[in-house]
Design a protein around this ligand. Structure first.
Ligand SMILES: Cc1cc2nc3c(=O)[nH]c(=O)nc-3n(C[C@H](O)[C@H](O)[C@H](O)COP(=O)(O)OP(=O)(O)OC[C@H]3O[C@@H](n4cnc5c(N)ncnc54)[C@H](O)[C@@H]3O)c2cc1C
Length: 359
């Protein structure tokens, strides 16, 4: 065994050979090699790592240049939009903040047909397979009535005046909505001179719209060439509900003094007072009803479960974070009312959530 003094002396010699302080080493007996941590960790790989780091920096610069160019192009394309915002009092910082926030969060508001079309054609947010499904349209029927010799003049005053929600438990609601000539005349029965006469007496018409909160569903698809495809099948139950509503609309017209009602069902061109049962009791297939629809909804439906819905309760896609949907497509079922106010309320709530996220 070496003595401590001899160990210290040998360490001192080694330290002197390295140009270090031999007295300190000799005194303590400890021989310490000091090496920079970076050198110890990287060893021989340092040059390769430096090259890789330079490569990453270069990529970052290219990416930043690309993003800057994209923002510049987007800004140029939106010159008018930005000018209007500035003219309305939007300061530089607010307009700039809007540009930045648009880059961070994205909101889709293409409506119940446009939003699923965009998502499907981009292959986005459809892990659940529910994008484009569950299309509700709230089918409606134009039920006009002739009030012989009376100038109803439906174009005077409020276009959409009365609503009957007495049969909402049957999913049916009625709205007295007067349609202008160009929109309403195609629903009048007959042809040639008979149709001409009905059109000339348009001022004697009263009109009730029969609406249904449908349980039937349709689907929005995108075809091979990128074209929008729609399908919708009215169930027998829903067709029966609509015929119930048409019969009630006819009763209302007759109670108000109408002489004939146009029910838009099968071969029934018109019915007279007391003939409402013909609409309800006849054997009609769903396709025998002449219908229209104004309220598409439900094609990117909202819900807490990612397996059965497209967006969560905040409007954000379950699958693509920072992608929000804020239009009629998030409504998970037919409303039983005209939907615009509800859509606006939902969009406002979703927008507030997005704003809170950004602040
Ligand atoms: C004749 C008629 C009468 C109606 N009357 C009433 C009523 O009295 N009361 C009521 O509550 N509701 C009414 N509605 C329904 C109401 O208008 C709609 O439910 C509502 O507008 C839907 O709002 P939204 O934001 O979901 O879609 P929309 O208002 O349809 O907005 C979607 C927007 O996205 C745009 N868009 C779509 N695809 C793309 C794309 N790929 N790229 C860029 N932009 C795109 C569209 O051009 C459109 O501007 C009526 C509808 C019609 C047709």
């Amino acid at each position: 065994m070496l003595e401590a003094a001899e160990l210290g002396a040998r360490a001192g010699e080694r330290a002197r050979a390295r140009g270090e302080q031999p007295e300190l080493v000799a005194l303590t007996g400890y021989d310490v090699d000091v090496e920079p941590l970076f050198q110890w960790v990287t060893a021989d790989a340092a040059p390769a790592l430096r090259a890789a780091f330079a490569g990453v920096l270069l990529l970052l610069v290219i990416a930043c240049a690309n993003v800057a160019l994209l923002l510049l192009m987007r800004g140029t394309a939106r010159g008018r939009d930005l000018a209007i915002r500035a003219a309305l009092g939007g300061g530089r910082s607010r307009v700039a903040l809007q540009q930045v926030s648009e880059g961070v969060l994205l909101a889709l508001a293409g409506g119940a047909l446009g939003t699923p079309e965009l998502l499907l054609s981009q292959g986005l947010a459809n892990g659940s397979g529910h994008v484009g499904r569950h299309l509700h349209v709230q089918p409606a029927c134009w039920v006009g009535a002739r009030f012989d010799g009376r100038q109803v003049r439906g174009w005077d005053g409020v276009m959409q005046s009365w609503r009957v929600d007495e049969w909402l438990n049957r999913r049916v609601f009625l709205e007295a909505t007067f349609t202008p000539l160009a929109f309403g005349a195609p629903w009048l029965p007959g042809a040639g001179a008979a149709l001409k006469e009905r059109i000339e007496r348009y001022g004697e018409l009263g009109i009730v719209g029969v609406h249904l909160a449908d349980t039937s569903e349709g689907r929005v698809r995108v075809g091979r060439r990128g074209e929008l495809r729609l399908s919708y099948r009215l169930t027998r139950d829903d067709a029966r509900r609509l015929r119930f509503g048409i019969a009630r609309a006819a009763e209302i017209h007759f109670a108000a003094g109408a002489t004939e009602v146009y029910p838009q069902v099968g071969g029934l061109r018109s019915i007279g007072p007391g003939e409402e049962a013909k609409v309800e009791e006849g054997l009609f297939s769903p396709s025998a009803l002449r219908l229209e629809a104004f309220h598409p909804m439900g094609t990117a439906r909202m819900g807490p479960d990612p397996r059965t819905s497209v967006v969560g309760t905040s409007g954000e896609s379950h699958e693509v974070s920072c992608l929000y949907v804020a239009d009629a497509s998030v409504l998970p079922s037919a409303l039983g009312a005209n939907p615009m106010l509800t859509i606006m309320a939902c969009a406002r709530r979703i927008a507030r959530g997005m704003a809170e996220r950004l602040t």
